[in-house]
Design a binder for this molecule. Structure first.
Ligand code: S3P
Length: 437
């Protein structure tokens, strides 16, 4: 039976040690690089959720065999030039990462491919990827001049270029770098605001000729040179910090709570949530296993402590972009004012997350004001019972489920099947933590 709506009842504290499913961004990339490398890539703790399954299914239609069992995923890579034309259009489902990164890969093939997506993905802007890829010579057509799916990517010869990102988007950066594996000469991407660097790290790991200049505070320049074959790897995917974020905030705002999330990804381009929770006064401990690992991971412990408001500046946003819905819940619960500056990228996620969270948080009694794309939240709020909606967005749904834990009464969340895109076991973990109370 399909889980459509769910009522989450308030309770007492949350305590325990848990793990979360594999990181979504890293899982997608592991499946993609595995397909483009020579030999069998083994991936453990790969996120088994609809988004990553969409990537696997697309590659299987492009001729790449993979086996996904309870222990691992084995991808039988065929090298950079081993993909074959698909028999029909390829469905990326709800997954922006699948569609945008695939655009880069497909632009360099010797055949044409059509990519489709669900209603939400078909509303998300693809021109931000099509435009730079066209500058490399790619031929991309689609709705509204290729700004929206369905998109047809006519593969062909590409030329390297130097590109400065117009939007701080790891998906755009990654699409260009992946196209760079096929382009003549060197492809260089410059970013003034740092975005997640999983693609660059994975390129190093699989043996691509890639170099990164710059540091975390001043942005970076990434250069990739085509012509080097990729080689199969064994990868262990860290737990997704974007999924762990829900439990961190749950523990931080629910009196008497203390939770440890084990083996969670701690790549510095993703740990903005930890910095913000600390700045809000959260009781937080981090134990990094090996900071020099290809993708660092470790254990994060969060205990309840009264939070206070903070300011999240625009330059911090890419390091916590997917955590903003749950951070809005934390901000509503916190004493005083929180400002999230110019979060316009939230308008083009799986739904408009400024609108979805404003409507939901207002329904449960929070004071959330939106000025343009800047969000102002005044707390503390004692959440009250209400009926809210996910708006088809997994992170809106999970954020509201966490708000419900400390509410005055039950909160009903409509349309929760979307959670399967990134965190299918979310509600069973929630149930376990609640039952342990
Ligand atoms: C992702 C990058 C982010 C993020 C998305 C996953 C990635 O999107 O919101 O969930 O895997 O590269 P943008 O880079 O478009 O901001």
């Amino acid at each position: 039976m399909e889980l459509e709506a769910l009522t989450v009842r308030p309770g007492s504290h949350l305590a325990g040690i848990l793990t979360v499913p594999g990181d979504k961004s890293i899982s997608h990339r592991a499946l993609m690089f595995g397909a483009l490398a020579q030999g069998a890539t083994r991936i453990t703790h790969c996120l088994d959720a609809e988004d990553c399954r969409a990537t696997q299914t697309v590659f299987s239609a492009l001729g790449i065999r993979s086996e996904w069992n309870a222990k691992e995923v084995i991808v039988e890579g065929k090298g950079l030039h081993g993909l074959k034309a698909a028999a029909g259009p390829l469905d990326c489902g709800n997954s922006g990462t699948s569609m945008r990164l695939l655009m880069g890969i497909l632009a360099g093939q010797s055949f044409s491919t059509t990519l489709t997506g669900d209603a939400s993905l078909s509303r998300r802007p693809m021109g931000r990827v099509a435009k730079p890829l066209r500058a490399m010579g790619a031929v991309i057509t689609g709705k509204e001049d290729g700004n929206f799916a369905p998109l047809t990517i006519q593969g062909g010869a590409l030329r390297g270029m130097v590109h400065t990102l117009e939007v701080p988007s790891a998906q755009v950066k990654s699409a260009i770098l992946l196209a760079g594996l096929y382009a003549s000469g060197q492809t260089v991407v410059k970013e003034s605001i740092l975005t997640r660097d999983h693609t660059e790290r994975m390129m190093v790991r699989f043996g691509a000729a890639v170099s990164v200049i710059g540091d975390i505070s001043n942005g970076r320049t990434v250069a990739v040179q085509s012509g080097r074959e990729l080689h199969a790897q064994s990868l262990d995917v860290p737990g997704d910090i974007s999924s762990a974020a829900f439990w961190m905030v749950a523990a931080a705002i629910t009196p008497g709570s203390r939770l440890t999330v084990k083996r969670v990804g701690l790549n510095p381009t993703r740990t903005g949530i930890l910095d913000v929770l600390k700045s809000m006064g959260a009781s937080l401990g981090v134990l990094v296993e090996d900071p020099d690992a290809p993708e660092p991971m470790g254990d994060v412990t969060v205990g309840y402590s009264p939070l206070h408001g903070t300011t999240i500046s625009e330059t911090m946003l890419p390091r916590l972009i997917d955590e903003l819905p749950i951070l809005m819940v934390a901000a509503a619960a916190a004493e005083g004012r929180t400002i999230i500056e110019n979060a316009k990228e939230l308008r083009v996620k799986e739904t408009d997350r400024i609108q979805s969270m404003a409507q939901n948080l207002t329904a449960v009694g929070a004071k959330m004001m939106v000025e343009g794309d800047t969000i102002v939240l005044d707390g503390p709020t004692r959440f009250r019972p209400a009926k809210v909606s996910s708006f088809g967005d997994h992170r809106t749904a999970m954020a509201m489920a966490i708000a419900a834990l400390s509410a005055d009464g039950p909160i009903q969340i409509e349309d929760v099947a979307c959670i399967r895109t990134s965190y299918p076991s979310f509600f069973s973990t929630l149930k376990t933590l609640v039952e342990k109370r």
